[in-house]
Design a protein around this ligand. Structure first.
Ligand code: PEP
Ligand code: MG
Length: 286
């Protein structure tokens, strides 16, 4: 349903496909599929659901983000009873750090995307969430190769920048090799400002426009532009026109917005680009 509505806006692709939503829809914990010996069923559940989105957008790119559900969300699923009770799930066992601890789930995800590529959906890329060290990217790529799906060669392989460490070390990630980067500003904001995004008592301190967050965003965009790496954004900030205007100025390659913000963001990007062109032309004339 959401895919059709999004495609109807004329969007140029999907900048963030959240796999955990597919799992929450299935109602079954991914670990349960594996424990019950139903790996093929897990692969099919992922592939069938992702195919709906890939179909709606084909041949435009769809970035599939590997699982990133905090333990307090996984706990609600059938088979989720054994999820650890964490004091702060936002700082806990989620994203790529968890998937590297449970590589069998990550491999099923890679197999699902491989299966779709073999069916002709070569528009699907893979995006790794919540990385804090280039070593994690290396390990994720190695697991993808292990299932016979070669990052960069067979599939576009990218990562989210959501932890300040990743923004600061972006050069090192680029050396490891990435096809694209997407700024996850929801998490980047919470980790830069030490504000739990699920804690109402500190919500008033949460803003993507804090100068420290904006500096990390600008730095990431500029470093990617220098290296010729595609840089996008998929956090909520990508749906806020006056922030997007700044990102265009920094040189962002693309912007992923909420479906209902796409028309406004498109106009903002066009205006910001026209201004850049006009300023450059004026300078030449002078
Ligand atoms: C983000 O952190 O900005 C993001 C897009 O990921 P999520 O909101 O799913 O954590
Ligand atoms: Mg995030």
């Amino acid at each position: 349903e959401a895919a059709e509505k999004a495609a109807a806006t004329g969007a140029d692709g999907v900048g963030l496909l959240r796999t955990e939503h597919l799992m929450l829809t299935s109602g079954i914990h991914p670990g349960k599929f594996i424990a019950d010996g139903n790996e093929d069923e897990l692969i099919d559940t992922i592939a069938d659901n992702v195919q709906i989105v890939a179909d709606a957008f084909y041949p435009k790119p769809v970035w599939y983000r590997t699982l990133d559900a905090p333990t307090d969300e996984f706990i609600t699923l059938e088979g989720g009873e054994n999820e650890p009770r964490e004091h702060n799930p936002m700082l806990g066992w989620r994203g790529i750090r968890r998937e590297l601890d449970q590589p069998e789930i990550l491999k099923c995800e890679f197999r699902a995307i491989k299966k779709l590529h073999e069916k002709g959906y070569t528009n699907i890329g893979i995006m790794i969430p919540l990385s804090q060290s280039p070593e994690e990217l290396k390990q994720a790529k190695a697991l993808c190769s292990e299932v016979g799906f070669e990052p960069h060669k067979d599939v576009d392989f990218g990562m989210m920048v959501e932890i300040p460490a990743a923004a600061i070390m972006i050069d090192e990630y680029i050396k490891v090799g990435i096809d694209f980067v997407s700024l996850g500003t929801n998490d980047l904001t919470q980790y830069t400002l030490a504000v739990d995004r699920n804690n109402e008592f500190v919500a008033k301190h949460y803003t993507e426009e804090h100068p420290a967050v904006m500096k990390l965003i600008e730095r990431t965009i500029r470093k990617c532009a220098e290296a010729g790496v595609t840089c996008s954004i998929c956090g909520q900030a990508g749906s806020v026109p006056h922030i997007v205007e700044k990102l265009v100025g920094y040189g962002i390659t693309s912007v992923s917005s909420n479906t209902d913000a796409i028309a406004d963001v498109r106009k903002t990007v066009a205006r910001a680009e026209q201004k850049i062109i006009l300023d450059a032309a004026r300078k030449r004339l002078e």
